[in-house]
Write a protein that binds this ligand. Sequence first.
Ligand SMILES: Nc1ncnc2c1ncn2[C@@H]1O[C@H](COP(=O)(O)OP(=O)(O)OP(=O)(O)O)[C@@H](O)[C@H]1O
Ligand SMILES: [Mg+2]
Length: 253
Amino acid sequence: MTSGESILDVENISKSFGGVQAISNVSLTLNKGDIVGIIGPNGAGKTTLVNLISGFLRPDTGVIRFKKRRISGQPPHRIANSGLVRTFQVMRPYHSLPAYKNLIIPLNSTRVKKMRAGKLGDLDAVAIDILEDIGFERDARVPYKAAGTLPLGYLKRLELARCIALKPDLILCDEIFSGLSMSEITSLIPLLEKLQMSGITLMMVEHRLRELFKLAGRVVVINFGEKIADGPPEAVMARDDVKAAYMGTEKTK
Ligand SMILES: Nc1ncnc2c1ncn2[C@@H]1O[C@H](COP(=O)(O)OP(=O)(O)OP(=O)(O)O)[C@@H](O)[C@H]1O
Ligand SMILES: [Mg+2]
């Protein structure tokens, strides 16, 4: 699936919080069209890496380039407008708004306006269409319910829909499978494959390794803020240092 052409280039980034070195000199390249997994034990620095790439945190050192342009130092909305978006491990929908209204902000972004060349049409209808594409069609009333009342499976889909609304080139997913049942994950996997088929690159932070490996041809292991392995899942999981990193952690199944 890989195009061989990089879309994201992370060069030697580091981030510390007081005495904690959350990310230490990490370099990483994502190729266009790939699905790459980011794995590692709890507290390894995975969410920090997502925060750094998406602009929610500034790296202390290092450079991040997206589509060959430097993005490190830019605020999240600017990075999103260039086509790089992320989901949140701890979701933050607009609780009191109907689910579909949560998509109005990305649909009103400079990026989408430009792409639609001023022809915005009925944004509510566009939002409903996106939600249906991402699995809300199972119950036609759900898009109209307040986001805060949705069960986790729908909230995870809403997170993805919020990203898709921006017509992104790259989505960083932070534990999109966590808390979901096996059948919910099984129904989400083809949707993620569909995104990949449409040309979107995915970086997926995951603890659900077996399910992740159905999608990701490559995984990067983070341990104590450092990248310790990068390659095909079987080769990476066979390494002694990766096994040792996971020893004693519970969420590897
Ligand atoms: N804003 C912050 N302030 C202080 N310390 C932080 C902050 N964010 C993260 N940390 C610390 O940085 C380290 C890495 O945290 P991070 O959330 O990136 O780990 P993670 O790999 O995503 O873990 P999990 O798998 O549990 O989600 C941890 O020691 C954490 O306590
Ligand atoms: Mg995390």
